[in-house]
Design a protein around this ligand. Structure first.
Ligand code: UFG
Length: 333
């Protein structure tokens, strides 16, 4: 059994990764300031240190109980649109959080770190699918902040011997297939939960951002990858860090348009998705689809929930059971 620190472990991808670690019988500590995450998303048996990654006391408490085999770092600001309004906060906070956690890991003799990165590193990509060889060229402060974090980790490896995996997620979606966790952001900006909520009457009609993209149906195309498959990828890269640092693009390798997502939600949920057609959202590329060939070849990773229908079904089931998200679980407790 190993011991793992998960920063941001009360958040969306972090909490699903905590479940995957626990399902394997690992010992897990979560460090999360609950600014975005939810206490209810941390399963029983997992110690939650409620504090910020830059807070020395919280870090000391989290690292206090014994040596970690690895740190999985999810805690970050992650909204592209938000970063366009507050660029310096994104750059400063994401880099300082990563630096604080990585330094503490080195100090406490833990030399393996997995970091959440993003397709936003590639900006407007030159080729589809996007493999690891493509030019890095973020077009948002969010993407830039994650690129800075990857570069900081390069130096930490050279100087401190800290091995790292950077996982560049494409579009994380879906929920734990056993219904133990789901997606609950405030504000919610992501397509899948917004479409589901529109269908369930929990939010206003969905606005489709752009119908004049050079795609088959004119709407934006993305690579939706199930959050449980993302979690699994984190576990699979850990053994590689014995030998080297790695960077992987992480998606299913299939693109679905906004209209595909609407149709799938309607089919799975059996309800219409009320929606209106609007202009493009600034900074949105037409198509983002990953090549995860390298990850598959080097770790044996293969998505269990590759079909959009499976992704949407798990998300639908969780939301239908938790119309108020984790706040409902809080009231029920
Ligand atoms: N979309 C709509 N209406 C909405 C929300 C989204 O039409 O209300 C469209 C977008 O234009 C895009 C697709 O649905 O074509 C997916 O949008 P999301 O906001 O769900 O996700 P993004 O692709 O914009 O962002 C994701 C991650 C980011 C990451 C980015 C990489 O959430 O963290 O991919 O570009 F940085």
């Amino acid at each position: 059994m190993g011991r793992y620190l998960v920063t941001g472990g009360a958040g969306y991808v972090g909490s699903h990764t905590v479940l995957a670690l626990r399902d394997r019988g690992e010992d897990v500590v979560v460090l999360d300031d609950l600014s975005k995450g939810h206490r209810e998303a941390v399963p029983a048996g997992v110690r939650l240190v409620d504090g910020r990654c830059e807070d020395r006391r919280a870090l000391a408490e989290a690292f206090g109980g014994g040596r970690f085999d690895a740190v999985l770092h999810f805690a970050a600001l992650s909204l592209v649109g938000d970063s366009m309004r507050d660029p310096l906060r994104y750059m400063a906070e994401n880099l300082s959080t990563l630096s604080a956690v990585a330094s503490a890991a080195v100090q406490h003799d833990c030399r393996r770190l997995v970091m959440s990165s993003t397709a936003a590193l590639f900006g407007f990509p030159e080729r589809i699918p996007i493999d690891e060889e493509q030019r890095l060229g973020p077009v948002s402060p969010y993407g830039e902040s994650k690129l800075m974090c990857e570069r900081a980790l390069d130096w930490a490896e050279r100087i401190h011997g800290l091995r790292f995996a950077s996982l560049r997620y494409f579009n994380a979606a879906g929920a734990d297939p056993e219904g133990r966790a789901g997606e609950d952001h405030d504000p919610e900006t992501h397509l899948v939960p917004l479409a589901i909520d529109a269908a369930l009457g929990l939010r206003p009609p969905l606005m489709v951002f752009g119908t004049d993209y050079p795609t088959d149906d004119g709407t934006g195309v993305r690579d939706y990858v199930h959050v449980t498959d993302l979690a699994d990828a984190h576990l699979r890269v850990l053994p590689l860090l014995e030998k080297q640092s790695v960077r992987y693009n992480l998606g299913n390798g299939t693109g679905y348009s906004v209209r595909d997502v609407i149709e799938t939600v309607e089919r799975v949920g059996g309800r219409r998705v009320p929606h209106a057609l609007g202009p493009r959202r600034e900074g949105d590329p037409a198509v983002l689809v990953a090549s995860s060939a390298k990850l598959r070849a080097e770790t044996g990773w293969s998505p269990r929930f590759a079909k959009l229908e499976d992704i949407v079904r798990t998300a639908w089931d969780w939301r239908a059971a938790h119309p108020q998200g984790y706040a409902g679980a809080r009231q029920a407790a």
